[in-house]
Design a protein. Structure first.
Lengths: 55, 447
């Protein structure tokens, strides 16, 4: 495409809404004052990608 | 809903409901801004009317709409009610501090009460409580907080040792973290941190003059030199393990980009800098007229951030410029954020339980006590509402899936209502998210 370049696609995923709760509580990470979740990582996705990398 | 913005001299687009992030050129930005409403929604009539003027752009938009990546509808998702599980705890191990910071939300560690230290027994009972309430969660978080936790290390040692025994019995993993002002850091505590702490947060405010102005000792002396020396000793032994040097900026250093960069220049590579939150009228509190300069400073920092990160020798990370688009959090996480008062609680030295560290000492928000082992159901229900679906103003905001509607304590303290976010924090959040998304785009595309 000439006028638009997709850098990341469909990152808000309904299907991945497991809510397993194994990820870090956002306020515990570094700030203790703000609730940024966009910089939090999904433990399940990290595990899955690590497994794929190890294959 | 789409959000277009200009940052670092480039134009970008975020498709809010799908989370698709794009770099766009100026003509595309003009077109999209013309065919979307002020709220960022698609205006089909305007699109038809203007497509002759922008034929290529219109074709590209249609292609992206077909694959669900542009002007996407809101996901068909109803957040489940929290299930009573607690997985994360702020353990206020010491309500005392050797500093007297001018902006301290915790009343110099006293939290409106007495100076006191948590006993090792209470700390261990807190871990028992966490394990009991954690259901099938495997990863449990405990942050040693204060006041200054290094003033009560015997209880920290005892809690960590006890937690390790609980892990084996209950098939759990404790992620211990600690937040310290580094004044009492020594070789013994550094080695302990590096053995046991998943994350360590060290408080330094940036430039020496800035830090010393607001972070005095209880005796009124400057603290910077000793804190920096100790923090660098810690850094030299931390390796690749997680840590943050975390500062606060106030109305006295609105040029805070210089403070973030000063921390990097001292030798740290994981930085977080937070805007102070204080009642209106406090001499260090921000005023509405400060916002343009603060927003500009985020962009100043983002520009230098990109430049330094291009060179491995000068690379660093800034907490609020990090967005994880690859391992991005699930929708449930995006709705519930920190989980204060539901899956995250704070425990005071007395064993009293609060929704989070920001509420400790506010007896109206006491949720229970370790001895009773129960949680106040009325307060629990209140904090179940701390999610996006209960915040009408947030549902129309493009940043909603990145901040989940902001801090519950700020909402209550400034607006008296858990579902009404603190707007100053919202404005700063939106600007640093724009910077974060711009940085992500520029680092992941050919410039």
């Amino acid at each position: 495409m000439k006028h638009i370049e997709i850098v990341a696609e469909k990152t808000v995923e309904c299907g991945a809404g497991t809510g397993c709760g194994e990820c870090q509580a956002s306020c515990q990470s570094a700030c203790k004052t703000s609730c940024t979740v966009g910089n939090q990582s999904c433990e399940r996705k990290i595990e899955r990608i690590q497994k794929e990398d190890n294959k | 809903m789409v959000h277009t913005f200009t940052c670092l001299g480039q134009d970008f687009l975020l498709d809010v409901e799908s989370g698709t992030l794009c770099k766009i050129d100026a003509s595309m930005k003009n077109f999209i801004d013309s065919v979307s409403s002020p709220g960022g929604n698609f205006d089909a009539g305007e699109f038809s009317r203007m497509r002759k003027q922008y034929p290529e752009e219109a074709e590209e938009i249609e292609a992206l709409q077909k694959r669900g990546a542009l002007f996407s509808p809101m996901p068909n998702y109803k957040p489940p009610k929290p299930d009573g599980v607690i997985k994360s705890m702020c353990l206020n191990i010491c309500h005392n501090c050797n500093l007297a910071c001018a902006y301290c939300f915790a009343d110099e560690g006293k939290y409106s009460g007495q100076r006191e230290a948590m006993t090792a027994e209470t700390a261990c009972r807190a871990l028992d409580f966490l394990v009991k309430k954690s259901g099938n969660r495997h990863n449990l978080e405990v942050d040693f907080f204060g006041g200054e936790p290094l003033m009560n290390m015997p209880a920290v040692y005892a809690a960590v040792q006890y937690g390790r025994t609980l892990e084996k019995v209950h098939n759990k993993q404790f992620r211990f973290t600690i937040t310290t002002n580094a004044l009492n850091l020594n070789e013994e505590t550094i080695d302990f941190f590096n053995r046991e702490m998943y994350n360590v947060v060290l408080s330094i405010d940036g430039r020496k003059s800035v830090h010393n102005q607001v972070r005095k000792t209880q005796g009124g002396k400057d603290s910077f030199d000793i804190v920096l020396k100790n923090a660098l000793a810690f850094r030299s032994k931390r390796g690749d393990a997680q840590y943050y040097v975390r500062g606060t900026f106030t109305a006295r250093n609105k040029d805070f980009a210089a403070d973030a960069l000063a921390l990097v220049d001292y030798g740290f590579d994981k930085i977080s800098l937070e805007p102070v939150v204080l009642p209106d009228g406090h001499p260090l509190a921000f005023r509405a007229e400060d916002l343009p300069m603060l927003c500009e400073q985020y962009e100043v920092l983002a520009k230098e951030y990109l430049k330094r990160r291009a060179n491995p020798e000068t690379w660093f990370s800034f907490f609020h410029f990090m967005v994880d688009m690859k391992h991005s959090p699930c929708l449930s996480k995006r709705y519930f954020s920190c989980g204060a008062g539901t899956e995250y609680v704070a425990v005071a030295p007395s064993g009293d339980i609060y929704p989070c560290h920001q509420f400790v000492g506010n007896t109206a928000y006491k949720m229970g006590n370790l001895q009773e082992g129960k949680i106040d159901t009325h307060l629990y229900e209140t904090f179940c509402e701390n999610n996006l679906s209960c915040k009408p103003t947030c549902l129309d905001c493009w940043a909603k899936y990145f901040c989940s509607g902001g801090c519950a304590a700020n909402a209550i303290n400034f607006n008296g209502c858990i579902t009404s976010p603190y707007q100053t924090a919202c404005a700063l959040m939106r600007k640093r998210l724009e910077c974060a998304l711009a940085v992500y785009c520029l680092e992941n595309t050919q410039q």
